[in-house]
Every structure is written in C-alpha cells, then in structure tokens.
Design a binder for this molecule. Structure first.
Ligand SMILES: [Zn+2]
Length: 251
C-alpha cells in the first residue's frame, strides 16, 4: 500500500494543478510533505502538478539542503549538485530547484505540507504596484480564517538559493513580529506559497488567497478595496466560531 503521506501529497498536487483553477499550468508550481525522521517528499523538476505520479516525487534529506541557506553564494552547478546529492534514492528524478525553501518551511514547528503556485489572480496583484497592500491587509472574514491576519511579503528575488534565503529572512521577521507562523507567503513578480499542518489547510489557504485576489482586483476597479481595521482583524481572529471553522477545515 502507498504511504499515506505520499497519497496526501499527490491529492494536494492534483487539486492545485486542476486546469479550471488557473493556479498552475505546464510545469509550474511545486509541493512537498514532511516525513518522519529528517526527510521530506518534493515534486521533481519539470513534472506537472495536475498529473503528478509516485515516481515524479523525490525523497530528500533536509540535512543535505539546509546548510546551503547559510552560504554566501553558490554557483548554479553547486546548487544542482547539492539537489542531486540530497536524494535518498540516487535513481530518483532531480528535485525541484525550490526544494531548498521547501526543506526550510517544513522545518518550522507544525508545518507538514507546503504548496507553491503561480496563481493567476494573485499574480495580477504581485506584478502590480499594490502587491504589498494585498500582502499586509485583509478584506473579509474567511480570508483571515484561511490565510491568517497577514501574509509574508518577499521582494522579487532570483529563483533558487537566493529566493530560499529571502523567504527564510522575511518569514523569520514575520514570526518575530506576529508571534505565529505564516499561512501564506507572497513573492513579488513570482507567485504564492501556502503552508500548514494538513494538505487540506494548504489547499484552503491557496484557494482563499486566489479568491481574495479576485475580490481585491474587482474592488480596486471600483476605487477600493476598503480594508479591515486591525481591530476587525483581531476580533475575527479571536472569535470561537471562527476557531471552530478553522478546525472543521483542518487548518
Ligand atoms: Zn515558482
């Protein structure tokens, strides 16, 4: 029988890769899941989320990737070599170049699944001058329930190791300020990462962020959005019925 974590990762990947959702097409996006011990599963480079299969997933050792985050600079070849060396099975496919940020995010307490896409509506905003408004502000209750009270914003960075380092830097600053782990990370001119304890929470945050992006773009066309105040956000965050909905959604 298939490992249940692998099954969950494939389910998440297929949901994120659904063509009708406009989150990822062709080889866009990637997903990962933490395993017991210090390894994790990550999508192989060049594979497609919507049709991901067992042999499109690579098991990697975190300890082979995390030390790279402290390296000043590595050549593309050195990063490639490290990605290949991190595989548990040397016959497996090459892990995604984003495996380094997956390894780091999965090392955060309470995080077992990570999803990354180039969601169309989210990217409309991340490729606009209003990207930071979308990241730091909130507009409606379900956005807070699924995406948290703010997102991490990462200014545009070259994909690969430099991006993984920027994600770590901005996420650590967010955790220091908010005293909680992020649910959503927004990368300027690139895309979105969602993270959580269950694959369902990763999917819910992704779908709700994409909906919020559509609301934002529509509200901006009408002279808005009108954002929630910090008091509105704190109130939603502390309501018992919202906590109940979070549990029901496996957040
Ligand atoms: Zn990407």
């Amino acid at each position: 029988m298939q490992n249940p974590i692998l099954q969950d990762l494939l389910s998440l990947s297929h949901e994120l890769g659904r063509e009708d959702r406009g989150l990822a097409m062709l080889g866009e996006g990637n997903t990962s899941a933490r395993l017991a011990g210090e390894t994790f599963l990550v999508k192989a480079s060049g594979t497609c989320l919507g049709t991901l299969k067992e042999d499109d997933v690579v098991e990697c050792r975190s300890s082979a990737l995390l030390p790279m985050l402290d390296k000043e600079s590595l050549t593309d070849q050195q990063v490639d070599d490290a990605l290949l060396a991190a595989r548990v099975d040397p016959k497996a496919k090459k892990p995604s170049v984003e495996a380094v940020f997956h390894a780091w995010l999965l090392s955060l307490p309470g995080i077992s699944f990570v999803g990354h896409t180039h969601a169309t509506s989210v990217n409309q905003i991340l490729c606009s001058p209003r990207a930071q408004d979308f990241s730091g502000r909130r507009m409606f209750p379900d956005e807070i329930v699924c995406c948290g009270s703010a997102s991490v914003f990462v200014p545009y960075t070259d994909p690969g190791l430099k991006l993984a380092q920027a994600i770590r830097r901005e996420s650590e600053a967010f955790i220091g300020k908010q005293q909680r782990r992020p649910r959503v990370i927004l990368m300027q001119n690139h895309g979105i990462i969602t993270l959580g304890a269950t694959w369902q929470s990763v999917l819910s945050a992704m779908l709700m962020a994409e909906k919020a992006a559509k609301v934002f773009v529509g509200a901006a066309a009408l002279g808005g959005p009108v954002f929630f105040s910090q008091e509105n956000i704190a109130r939603i965050d502390s309501r018992p019925d919202e906590a109940y909905r979070q549990r029901a959604l496996k957040m």
